[in-house]
Design a protein around this ligand. Structure first.
Ligand SMILES: CC(=O)N[C@H]1[C@@H](OP(=O)(O)OP(=O)(O)OC[C@H]2O[C@@H](n3ccc(=O)[nH]c3=O)[C@H](O)[C@@H]2O)O[C@H](CO)[C@@H](O)[C@@H]1O
Ligand SMILES: C=C(OP(=O)(O)O)C(=O)O
Length: 436
């Protein structure tokens, strides 16, 4: 087991390139099952969750040729469907959320899929109802087997239909879109999620021969086709990494340039950090965050305290709220952080409070951060990373703190951030990965 040992207080400086997007990669890599032809994927993030999904495909007998850490050629011309019903699949897929999206592709191509209880961050209830109801509307029979703990999904034929999703689930929409690509007739999905992850998936599917319109909106229309072929795809820069680096720069008084940040696909993200008072300039596709001694949280026009809350795209992603929260610690002013989607994602503030932050956890969904205005620094402590984003938020706190911090359970961070220790070292951070 490894921990991060961090000696904080250093001003970080330099350039950093975001990895390919984790949540996009999980959708895109699942989609390779839709065709027997070669699919080449570039800008793959070299992170635990993605590597595990690639391993699962390889164990399903998909030919996997990883020509470099960031490029992989897949060929799913002889898939072993039964592997999806094995204890090994159950165990491994339970370690990541993304594995649930193998089901949509399997249903489209083989009219058969198995879904064990998926893994992913333990950040609250994470139901699969939207996925399953969508599959059922397309004509899938569902049988939950108490003994093996799998949902068994089978269909004689998938038939296009109209559906209004209960909620714009990200992985749910991806799953239903994939299932509908080769259904008979037209599928209309209203209240669809429309994150750049999904836009990228739909564009890739269209290149493979699918007929999807409405991309980028919450109304997707999918005309079923008989066959999908091979293609090439490259992931966008990871917008959650970009947001994390903006927060990191502000908290460490750093002067950081995020290279090739994919600004056109960041939506409201830069604006939310600007509301915290963080200056940034866009130069081409790079974001430069200059060193700032202080930053002041905006108030509403009527003088009210700012609230930053999550909302389905194009609202603010829930995956950056922990980062916004930690970034507000050293600001002037106060902000209410309202995590609407997940009920267990804010408990990590206990650690920040122990480090000296002024935070009031009002309830599991809401926390008020009262900025310290850099009047005193956080203190280094030993802490454990509860989930990917809280883990990075704690890491940012540690890098800004006085003295030594130890962060345990860093596998959580490694699930989503590629070689974060070495990339931060290149910015001047004192961080070591230590085996214990
Ligand atoms: C692998 C992957 O892509 N994971 C992302 C995906 O997870 P995932 O696709 O699992 O998340 P969902 O979009 O299904 O929803 C997440 C949670 O939010 C709740 N919910 C969702 C929509 C809504 O309008 N209201 C609401 O309360 C759901 O009930 C659920 O508990 O999307 C989440 C929400 O952006 C992100 O945090 C995850 O990083
Ligand atoms: C919640 C997240 O991931 P997952 O859905 O894979 O658990 C995340 O990326 O912040």
């Amino acid at each position: 087991m490894n921990v991060f040992e961090v000696r904080g207080g250093k001003k970080l400086q330099g350039e950093i390139v975001p990895q390919g997007a984790k949540n996009e990669a999980l959708q895109i890599i699942s989609a390779v099952l839709l065709t027997p032809e070669e699919v080449t994927i570039n800008n793959i993030p070299d992170i635990l969750d993605v590597n595990l999904l690639i391993e699962l495909l390889s164990e399903m007998n998909v030919k996997v040729n990883r020509t470099s850490r960031s490029t992989c050629i897949f060929k799913a011309d002889d898939v072993n469907i039964d592997y999806l019903h094995s204890p090994e699949f159950k165990k491994k897929s339970g370690r990541l959320r993304g594995s649930v999206m193998l089901a949509g592709a399997m249903l489209a191509r083989y009219k058969k899929a198995f879904i064990p209880k998926p893994g992913g961050d333990k950040i609250g209830r994470r139901r699969l109802d939207t996925h399953v109801i969508g599959f059922q509307k397309l004509g899938t029979q569902l049988d939950y087997n108490q003994e093996d703990g799998f949902f068994h999904l089978t269909a004689e034929e998938l038939k296009g239909t109209y559906m209004l999703l209960d909620e714009p689930s990200v992985t749910g929409t991806a799953n239903i879109v994939m299932a509908a690509t080769m259904a008979t007739g037209t599928t209309t999905i209203y209240n669809a999620a429309c994150e750049p992850y999904l836009q990228q998936l739909c564009k890739m599917l269209n290149r493979m021969g699918a007929k999807i319109s409405g991309i980028g909106s919450n109304l997707l229309v999918i005309e079923g086709v008989d066959y999908l072929g091979g293609t090439t795809h490259a992931m966008l820069p990871d917008m959650i990494e970009v947001g994390s680096f903006i927060g990191l720069a502000a908290m460490t008084k750093g002067d950081i340039t995020i290279k090739n940040a994919g600004i056109n696909d960041l939506g409201i993200i830069p604006e939310k950090f600007r509301q915290l008072g963080i200056a940034m300039d866009f130069k081409g596709d790079d974001i430069h965050i200059p060193s700032q001694d202080s930053y002041t949280i905006q108030k509403y026009l009527d003088g009210g305290v700012l609230t930053i809350y999550d909302h389905p795209w194009p609202g603010f992603t829930p995956d950056l709220l922990s980062i916004v929260l930690v970034t507000a610690i050293q600001a002037h002013g106060s902000v209410l952080i309202h995590q609407k989607m997940f009920e267990s994602r804010l408990f990590f503030v206990d650690k920040l409070i122990e480090m000296g932050a002024q935070i009031i956890l009002c309830d599991p969904h809401r926390a008020v951060v009262i900025g310290l205005e850099r009047e005193h620094q956080l203190r280094g402590i030993t802490m454990s990373s509860p989930d990917i984003r809280a883990g990075v938020a704690l890491l940012i706190a540690a890098l800004s703190a006085e003295g030594k911090s130890t962060i345990q359970n860093i596998e959580q961070i490694d699930r989503g951030y590629q070689n974060i220790d070495t990339r931060l070292q290149a910015l001047g951070a004192d961080i070591k990965r230590v085996a214990i």
